[in-house]
Design a protein around this ligand. Sequence first.
Ligand code: GDP
Ligand code: MG
Length: 601
Amino acid sequence: TPPELIRNFCIIAHIDHGKSTLADRMLQETGVVEQRLMRAQYLDRMDIERERGITIKSQAVRLPWAVVDEDGRETAHILNMIDTPGHVDFTYEVSRSLAACEGAVLLVDAAQGIEAQTLANLYLAMENDLAIIPVLNKIDLPAAQPEKYAEELAGLIGCAPEDVMRVSGKTGEGVIELLDTIVRTLPAPTGNADAPARAMIFDSVYDTYRGVVTYVRVIDGNLTPREKIAMMSTKATHELLEIGVISPDPVPSKGLGIGEVGYLITGVKDVRQSRVGDTVTTATKPATEALGGYKDPRPMVFSGLYPIDGSDYPVLRDALDRLKLNDAALVYEPETSAALGFGFRVGFLGMLHLEIVRERLEREHDLDLISTLPNVVYEVQLDDGTQVEVTNPSEFPGGKIASVTEPVVRATILAPSDFIGTIMELCQSRRGTLRGMDYLSPERVEMRYTLPLAEIVFDFFDMLKSRTKGYASLDYEPDGEQEADLVKVDILLQGDTVDAFSSIVHRDKAYPYGVMMAGKLKDLIPRQQFEVPIQAAIGARVIARETIRAIRKDVLAKCYGGDISRKRKLLEKQKEGKKRMKMVGSVEVPQEAFIAALSQD
Ligand code: GDP
Ligand code: MG
């Protein structure tokens, strides 16, 4: 297809504003998916995506669409729709999907208005120089306020309110007009046909049968099935086994030219050999300069993952090795814990990524897992000049520390202006710094904060939601590091540190953390023959203390005497229980107590 007949676009929206539903309607209207085969969220292929109603991996489909000009002449066009992931953990993948397009449909729920991710995605689209088509969705809803939000949206992107389109992904209203507008207003791709081939990878997925499937957008030259390809970041070359387009199932083709979007199969088995953001070129006549914007995925959050049944350790190891083929951002290394046994320290892009990985391990490999409290990555500078990267709190150095730095993010919060005070209070309690504030309308405000990642990544969003009756939305992106007064709090049982509970916290929060953890453990650990002190400490300094009192003699006496079979049963039970007991020094702790203490309240 000549580039002037191609339009590449993505749909960007805040979560739940109807992106996947609109994509479904487009598949239907363009005849790519037959009515009878249509199912909701056609493009969300992973089970987890379908269940949670979110899109994790990008997808691209080729849609034929003919427009009729003033003289009644019909011209067939090709639209490539790239569905982008909708979560802050995957911002980098979103930015690559956007970079593969010339335009974006900016979708806003006509009953909700602009939200934080609407803005975040719009800014990403603008950074990539995309043409924007503003669209209000869900106009079928009785609560829709299209006039009001058309004005808000027009004000944001600087167009007239009449230029804001109105559609319903549910009823299909306005979808044909939208497809026509995409052809008429978005620029066609341009590139150098004679230059060496350059194509950008915007997604790569592992398929059990075909190996890694790489999704690309060709910028210059063309890719053909007969030529070997090379990855520009690694210089690795691969045979091309198949090249094609998705419509909506893979169809092999004779090649991909300028502006075209499609897939490559090379037979590699690991997505790390086909990285999102990398440039594909031909091995025989390689391009000299890669397309910009490639970044290595960087884990932001770490957690220990342990099998509840210690004998599952090899299963967990194999499961991680398998999952890694599928997930270029997943990193892990073996780790042992006195409390939890053998497991792995695993790095994730964020909390959603952590939940997805854990769920897939448990579901696809039939594992029961326990994860330790997640933490961010700290850089510790020692007095002697050495620098240590800490991904596990129990490895926080004990020597003389010169400084500790933690990652920070730039956060955008959108909320009704009534909640400004509440939000400021919350952000203040999370060590946030207000960077700026803008009114989108008299009753809607955008607040920008710098916040430590550790303060925002775990429960901040839930807090924000509950304090604003669900009206606030949040988005954030990494914004470097800052020095902070951070300390490691250890939890000790009878003087022995329980590694799984060590945590790095701001000095002001050390005491509340110590009291909370000591209190929790006091309730969870059964009494022993002797008194067990539980302490929270910073280095050698104890900051909180609880005591588990010893078992009284008469309780012990009850276990003896009585009939013989009952006694045997009791012994049997105790033996079984013993297997699940962990020793911390001389204290016996049932594993359930650790699990309960580590699970969220
Ligand atoms: P996404 O998170 O942006 O992909 O949003 P979805 O497409 O999953 O839609 C979120 C919810 O809004 C689902 O319950 C949809 O059924 C509903 N929805 C989507 N589009 C429309 C629409 O045009 N009208 C109505 N009434 N509901 C819609
Ligand atoms: Mg979706």
